[in-house]
Design a binder for this molecule. Structure first.
Ligand code: ZN
Length: 473
């Protein structure tokens, strides 16, 4: 689903000197929206109304608020915070809407503030309070101060995130090990939901162990936070220095860049997948098993005749007409699972014994990425030195940034695959049955692309392994 945003423009008193007419604001905002991959639902334009004077109603600003509340738009793009809200009252109404729903988008061309993050909202309050009280030079100074601290790689204050000790500089060894273990699970195919349940049970994820619940997106953030590999973020994005390289914080790291990128790649890939696939698979061979007659995917089904204590099977693999199959093939589940697990483990042990780990390969596109990053840095510098306009910058930047992000994702995938292969061989020794179901399935899929279940004759009771056909890679 493409997100729809409002572009909000307004002339303010000091715009004339900057040549920032409504048309240029709009153009820059629209480019920014395009760059983020958002659709502009509508341009909201208040003409010549000062957001600074009390009791001046801005009809289009009011409309932005009500359209956000009604869900007609998913976010707002403005030139800067000044144009959107100069009164604390207006800002608070906007912030309420962002607090209410976490997924709302926000961006300004000057990138002075980001209301979609908690830090950004705090920042916005400070800026508006200052702009409202006196000149907005003061707020710019504060903003510069914050940015200055960030550029030096200093922590932003506040409580230390999970994984670090008080002060945020030294690693909390125990918590860090929990984070790394969870990341390994994630790489191995375990879903965040499964890890979250496990962490909640063990009281992990909070500096002080307790009963607090961890939200899904919170855990995701803990496992993918750029801070883990030392990257300093500013308003929710990785801060780059003048050379276009990430600013490195002055705290101890928990991940190498490669490890961190691999984890991010897994999360991104999963989000891109069809969400309907994210339903929990309860049975080992669901979606791996296929009907030997019609080749449709087979899923596990609870055996309705099973009761506690009875000898009936707990579940079966059944070709189902509902899923577009022939409905003619079915098999009691447990013996099929046992048979396949036995085969796969034997094969993987044999392979592990026979092959040494590959020598460390270099990612082949390292220099291409460096070149793209250098181009981005050069353009950004040129805009800062006013050798080119922001509008030109925004015309040239999207393609380069897209390419850079593609390459980074590719590097992440490369690292992910290497680490998955390594962790796979480490896991074969573990007790297969004690692994989470997704992990078990990943191990199966590493050896097999499918398992065909062929029809058994009528009245045949005994499990016949010759009718179960593993399809090896
Ligand atoms: Zn079938």
């Amino acid at each position: 689903m493409v997100l729809k945003v409002a572009v909000y423009t307004r002339i303010s008193r000091d715009d004339e000197g900057d040549g920032l007419g409504v048309a240029r604001q709009r153009e820059d905002c629209e480019r920014l929206a395009e760059l983020r991959g958002w659709d502009v639902a509508r341009v909201y334009e208040d003409n010549d109304v000062s957001a600074f004077k009390r009791n001046v109603r801005r009809p289009e600003f009011e409309l932005v608020l009500s359209d956000l509340a009604d869900g007609l738009i998913d976010g707002v793009v403005a030139y800067d915070l000044d144009r959107l809200a100069r009164q604390p009252r207006d800002l608070e109404r906007l912030i309420d809407l962002y607090d209410e729903r976490k997924r709302r988008m926000f961006a300004t061309v000057t990138n002075d503030v980001n209301l979609s993050t908690a830090d950004g909202r705090t920042m916005a309050r400070v800026m508006v309070a200052f702009a409202n009280k006196s000149s907005h030079d003061a707020s710019r100074r504060i903003q510069r101060k914050h940015l200055e601290l960030a550029r030096q790689g200093k922590s932003s204050g506040g409580p230390a995130p999970y994984g670090w000790l008080k002060g945020g500089r030294k690693v909390d060894l125990e918590a860090a090990e929990h984070i790394r273990a969870a990341q390994r699970q994630l790489l191995a195919g375990v879903r965040i939901g499964t890890i979250r349940t496990d962490w909640q049970r063990r009281g992990l994820g909070h500096p002080r162990q307790g009963t607090k619940r961890t939200a899904h997106h919170h855990l995701e953030h803990m496992l993918t936070n750029p801070r883990l590999c030392g990257y300093r973020t500013y308003r929710g994005e990785i801060l780059l220095d003048d050379e276009g390289q990430p600013v490195i914080g002055e705290w101890e790291v928990i991940n190498t860049v490669e490890e961190w990128e691999a984890v991010c790649a897994v999360v991104v890939e999963r989000k891109q997948k069809d969400p309907s696939r994210s339903f929990a698979r309860k049975y080992l061979l669901s979606g791996i098993a296929r009907c030997g007659l019609c080749h449709t995917k087979i899923r596990g089904q609870v055996n309705k005749r099973w009761k506690p204590g009875s000898k009936a099977a707990t579940f079966t693999y059944q070709c189902s007409v509902v899923n577009g199959g022939c409905g003619q093939v079915g098999r009691v589940g447990d013996p099929v699972d046992e048979f396949i697990i036995g085969l796969v483990l034997a094969e993987q042990r044999q392979k592990a014994a026979g092959s040494a780990v590959d020598p460390v390969e270099q990612w082949p596109k390292l220099s291409e990425l460096a070149a793209v990053e250098a181009d981005v840095a050069e353009l950004t510098r040129a805009a800062r030195d006013q050798r080119i306009t922001v509008s030109t910058l925004l015309q040239l930047l999207p393609d380069l940034e897209r390419r850079r992000d593609e390459l980074k994702l590719e590097r992440g995938r490369f690292n992910k695959e290497r680490q998955q292969t390594e962790s796979l061989s480490a896991d074969i020794g573990e007790d297969f049955r004690s692994l989470p179901i997704e992990r078990q399935q990943a191990l199966i899929l590493h050896s097999l692309s499918a398992v065909l279940i062929h029809p058994a004759g009528r009245g045949k009771r005994k499990f016949d392994p010759s009718l179960i056909e593993p399809v090896w890679h």
